[in-house]
Design a protein around this ligand. Structure first.
Ligand code: NAD
Length: 453
């Protein structure tokens, strides 16, 4: 007995009725989502604080405001995005009209992780609603306070005939994935991404996979150590390091490492105080399992900064590790916590070799006063996104696509890219019903003369 079958049947019928296709319906849903964000800001902040000890400011800038901006952008551009896109014709289709129609896929499933549980659930939802789909949301069971708000409050703001939230962990999600969807948008680990893609393949369902990996951060000898340290510390320890685009490790020479370490210590003290544990600005590890895994990683290499932890609060201090071996777990798996190993390389060529021997990362960062160094890394490597002399602020630009490549994912979203992701691009050619004389040339029997055409 499939517990999801009735709801999915209902949503499918709602899609077939055609009501999600109109611009008015889409705009009403986006407006509802905007109202949800506006009226439940504090509820969301509280839930994020309970799940991740997220500060109000981090909750606002990295979750709520990003969703609001996406809603506003979609509302403003909806009619323009929905328009047919005319394309050029050739001599055989001169009198016809050729265009691309963006049509909704149908029933869409969006599965989200726990680290930005509002942003990573609702930003894709904006695209799916704007594109006119019926939507099933599956939030992470690990960020359980946010999951509760999404399941109990959000549906009050959307048409429940066309939209549903379904709950559960790996087992229930596995069961949900046995059903047929018209599109699946998954954010999470590469391991589960493979499970999702295999389930989708059974129904030939297209997927977007927003995955993770190890993001390198190259720091050149020609740099101002304090400026680099400020930026790297901020975006490594934001959300207690539980950010898919955070730098996973620093690559630099031993000399630069010696200049960076005191600068990083100074940045950590400035941002989180002498006792980071009592800072309201530093997050906590989301759960016991994740805490234990990270604590295991603290034993790799040598602790240069931090290293303290407290299981009762799931606290791990902002930590920097040095003398790390490539074969150690901290360099084998995505860290996804407030631990930053520094790996020594001699120069740019060795850094490029180190990066390109590994899976393509979700993000890659390069710090140097010399723009040629930054450009060289951009030229010689591949990654979902690239940041020169800064962290993940590029994510705030809805004019840039956000997504991975290779092992870090496939497909992208944000802004209009989201609308396009959730729309099938249908090729259309509308010809004149008459003018048959002009068509005669195509029909057999083919004469030699015609073949020369
Ligand atoms: P996860 O893959 O464990 O879980 C993601 C979602 O999949 C959750 O909703 C979960 O319930 C579900 N799930 C878990 N196991 C499943 C299974 N066996 N079958 C079916 N569904 C299952 O990921 P997570 O721990 O929640 O998040 C951390 C990972 O997500 C990291 O790898 C991180 O890099 C990645 N991530 C990527 C992005 C991005 O935008 N590319 C953003 C955030 C996180």
């Amino acid at each position: 007995m499939d517990p999801f079958a009735d709801t999915l049947r209902r949503l499918r019928e709602a899609f077939r009725s055609g009501r999600t296709r109109t611009a008015e319906f889409r705009a009403a849903q986006l407006k509802g989502l905007g109202r949800f964000l506006e009226e439940n800001k504090q509820l969301l902040r509280d839930a994020l604080a309970q799940d991740l000890h997220k500060s109000s400011l981090e909750a606002d800038v990295s979750e709520i405001i990003m969703c609001e901006n996406e809603v506003n952008l979609a509302m403003k551009n909806l009619s323009c995005w929905m328009k047919d896109e005319p394309v050029s014709t050739n001599m055989f289709t001169k009198l016809s009209s050729a265009f691309i129609r963006k049509e909704p896929y149908g029933l869409v499933l969006i599965v989200a992780p726990w680290n930005y549980p509002v942003n990573l659930m609702l930003v894709p939802l904006v695209g799916a609603l704007a594109a006119g789909n019926c939507v099933v949301l599956k939030p992470s069971e690990i960020s359980k306070n946010t999951e509760k708000v999404l399941a109990e409050v959000l549906p009050q703001y959307l048409d429940q005939g066309c939209f549903a939230v379904m709950l559960g962990g790996p087992e229930e999600t596995g069961q949900l994935l046995e059903n047929r969807f018209d599109y699946i948008f998954f954010t999470g680990s590469p391991r589960v991404g493979k499970i999702v893609m295999a389930a989708a393949a059974k129904h030939l369902t297209p997927v977007t996979l927003e995955l993770g990996g190890k993001n390198p951060c190259y720091v050149d000898d020609d740099c101002d150590p304090q400026t680099v340290a400020n930026r790297v510390v901020w975006f490594r320890y934001f959300n207690a390091g539980q950010t898919c685009v955070a730098p996973d490790y620093v690559l630099c020479s031993r000399e630069t490492q010696e200049r960076l370490l005191p600068a990083m210590q100074s940045a950590i003290t400035r941002f989180y105080g002498d006792d980071p544990k009592s800072s309201p600005n530093l997050g906590r590890i989301v759960g016991e399992r994740q805490f234990q895994r990270l604590q295991g990683l603290l034993g790799c290499g040598r602790v240069a900064i931090g290293g303290q932890s407290d299981e009762s609060e799931r606290y791990i201090a902002p930590t920097v590790l040095v003398d790390v071996q490539e074969s150690e777990p901290v360099m084998q798996e995505e860290i996804f916590g407030p631990i930053l190993p520094v790996v020594n390389v001699q120069g740019l060529a060795e850094a490029v070799d180190f990066i390109t021997r590994r899976e393509k990362p979700l993000a890659l960062y390069a710090f140097s006063n010399n723009s040629q160094v930054v450009n060289h890394l951009l030229e010689q490597t591949s990654s979902g996104s690239f940041g020169g002399n800064d962290g993940f602020v590029y994510q705030t630009l809805s004019s840039l696509p956000f997504g991975g490549v290779g092992h870090s994912g496939m497909g992208n979203y944000h802004g209009k890219f989201s609308f396009d992701t959730f729309s099938h691009h249908r090729a259309c050619l509308l010809s004149h019903p008459g003018l048959e004389k002009l068509h005669e040339v195509r029909y057999p029997p083919y004469s030699d003369h015609r073949r020369q055409l």
